[in-house]
Design a protein around this ligand. Structure first.
Ligand SMILES: [Zn+2]
Length: 577
């Protein structure tokens, strides 16, 4: 049963090994630390114990074992999570070691249909020829499991018994009429979409040949409907293959179409994913399992390589809005006029292919942040300060409003001022005026709501709560360490809990720590103290950097040098020299 498999997985896969494919772990005593993937933070509050096989976050309270982690991180169902880990551990999932789930037969129908269409493509020379002409290799066709649905009504539907037909219908593969079942996909090249564990959950079908038998033009692309195993907002085409490379390179390239995706991978850009057939809309922002939320946990850096036409621009803006709301840095890849990434890579011989890859790297290198890209686009069309302000309000501020970090917003405002004809005070006033009148939803602040507390418990609140709950000598020592800590003339604020805080914090913290032994509690307390100090220094760094920037803008050289010296001192303090 499930238990056997779970024990085997845990036995074969050390928690640190699995987690380090998703996040960057730093050793810290007997533990490991990281920036938490489940809430937005600059300091490392996330702690992993290799010995206990558990993780715990001081910032948001996320905790669990290796399976909980992969499930939370990837937004997969339980069985998909087990598949990711079993594949990795080299364990075969069978009906003996896994529980039967109600969706198993629907997944099986998708898998059978994928195999069928792959097989049909082998005997469809025209479709194959088309794919080769677009520049795809046989290797890519096999790797992405591309297939062909012929212009027939019953390639799948023929020969199914009533029970199987039910599963195929639930998978969105066939439709029912009074005369029986018929296939949804006909005369189309089939691109299977996989979830994070590599299971096929949907198809995107490109019409081929262009005109159907009865001479009627059908839509160029047809996608599977939403089903119990396919949620449009949760699947990115290519993600199962791209997630490792995305983590490795610390950036992702988002393209629109299947051809763009496959040709990018073929050219060696394996950290590419595609929106094709999936939904990038604002509704995904609050959903921790939504595709871009999952992506945001892997990397904050996303390059948007969309078509230059009107539809592509709309899609670009939507993706940028969501990315900014999730705390990511969206950059815009400026493709040559009228080209999409597929055109960029397709139909080239090997030597030219290498040149194209270099050119693509160059394009990525020259990509501008979305906010700057928009600013520069605006500057090309306006001729007066008045027009500029108007354009900022309508075309740029709605995006800037989505940046949740006030510090980051200020950096962008500074940049706008530095690059345009209006000063920082005026830009800031304009933006504040916009915020006061606009009806934009508040930024979410976290990239995934594991715990949807109205107000998260801060590190210092947690510390003070713990010192009340578990007083003693060690606590007094920690309290001393924190209250005497100084940098410049600044110290860490440790004020007693207010009634409001008491109500919100005490019970929650007591519950969290109830499971720990005294030793474990002392161990995590020591880490919490270090985390509070690190966070305090990080806040100072931000503050000094901002003030230095301000001084620079006002050409106050003395002030600028003052903060520069403080920053250098701070750096030494943080890196222990
Ligand atoms: Zn957290």
């Amino acid at each position: 049963m499930d238990n056997g498999l779970i024990e085997q997985i845990k036995h074969r896969l050390p928690i640190t090994e699995v987690l380090s494919t998703y996040i960057t772990l730093e050793p810290s005593g007997t533990q490991f630390k990281a920036r938490c993937p489940f809430h937005n933070e600059k300091t490392a509050s996330f702690s992993v114990s290799p010995e206990r096989g558990l993780y715990y976050c001081f910032g948001c309270g996320a905790k669990g074992d290796v399976i909980n982690f992969v499930q939370q991180f990837e937004g997969l169902d339980f069985k998909g999570t087990l598949k990711v880990l079993a594949d990795r551990a080299g364990i075969v999932m069978t009906t003996q070691n896994t529980k039967v789930e109600p969706t198993d037969s629907v997944f099986a129908a998708m898998e059978a249909a994928t195999k069928k269409y792959q097989d049909v493509l082998k005997h469809a020379p025209d479709a194959l020829q088309y794919l080769f002409k677009r520049g795809l290799t046989q290797e890519s066709i096999d790797q992405f499991r591309i297939g062909y649905a012929p212009i027939e009504w019953r390639t799948l539907a023929g020969g199914l018994d009533e029970t199987s037909a039910g599963y195929y219908e639930r998978a969105g593969l066939i439709k029912k009429t009074e005369k029986g079942y018929y296939d949804r996909f006909r005369g189309r090249i089939i691109f299977p979409m996989m979830d994070g564990s590599g299971r096929v959950v949907a198809f995107s079908g490109r019409i081929f040949p262009e005109v159907t038998k009865d001479g009627e033009q059908s839509p160029k692309y047809l996608n599977s409907p939403e089903t119990e195993i396919f949620h449009k907002s949760r699947v990115l085409f290519g993600f199962d293959k791209a997630k490792g490379p995305i983590k490795k390179h610390n950036f992702a390239i988002l393209v629109e179409g299947q051809m763009d995706l496959v040709l990018s991978h073929q050219a060696g850009f394996k950290n590419t994913i595609a929106t094709s057939g999936t939904a990038v809309s604002e509704s995904v922002v609050g959903d921790p399992s939504a595709h871009l939320s999952v992506l945001a946990r892997l990397t904050p850096n996303i390059f948007l390589a969309f078509d230059g036409d009107a539809a592509g621009q709309k899609a670009l803006e939507r993706a940028a809005l969501v990315a900014l709301s999730l705390g990511m840095n969206p950059k815009v890849v400026a493709l040559p006029e009228g080209m999409d990434p597929a055109d960029f890579f397709s139909g080239r011989s090997d030597s030219v292919g290498a040149e194209r890859s270099e050119a693509w790297k160059e394009l990525l290198k020259n990509s501008e942040h979305f906010i700057l890209h928009t600013l520069h686009a605006i500057q090309k069309t306006v001729t007066s300060a008045h027009q500029l302000k108007l354009a900022l309000r309508t075309r740029l501020f709605p995006f800037l409003a989505r940046v949740s970090s006030a510090v980051e917003r200020q950096v962008y405002l500074n940049t706008i001022a530095a690059e345009s004809s209006i000063g920082i005070k005026e830009v800031t006033d304009e933006f504040n005026g916009f915020m006061a009148t606009a009806t934009v939803p508040a930024p979410t602040g976290t990239i995934s709501g594991i715990t949807k507390q109205a107000l998260p418990i801060s590190h210092t609140e947690r510390f003070i709560a713990l010192s009340e709950l578990f007083p003693g000598e060690l606590m007094a020592h920690h309290m001393e360490t924190l209250s005497t800590f100084r940098f410049d003339d600044r110290s860490i604020m440790l004020t007693p809990l207010t009634d409001e805080q008491r109500e919100r914090v005490l019970a929650a913290v007591e519950k969290e720590y109830a499971l720990f032994s005294v030793e474990q509690r002392e161990e995590v307390m020591g880490e919490l103290v270090q985390t509070i100090i690190a966070q305090f220094l990080e806040q100072l760094r931000f503050e000094y950097a901002m003030k230095m920037n301000e001084a620079k803008q006002q050409r106050d050289e003395e002030m600028e040098l003052h903060y520069l010296a403080l920053l250098q001192k701070l750096h030494q303090r943080r890196h222990g020299s």
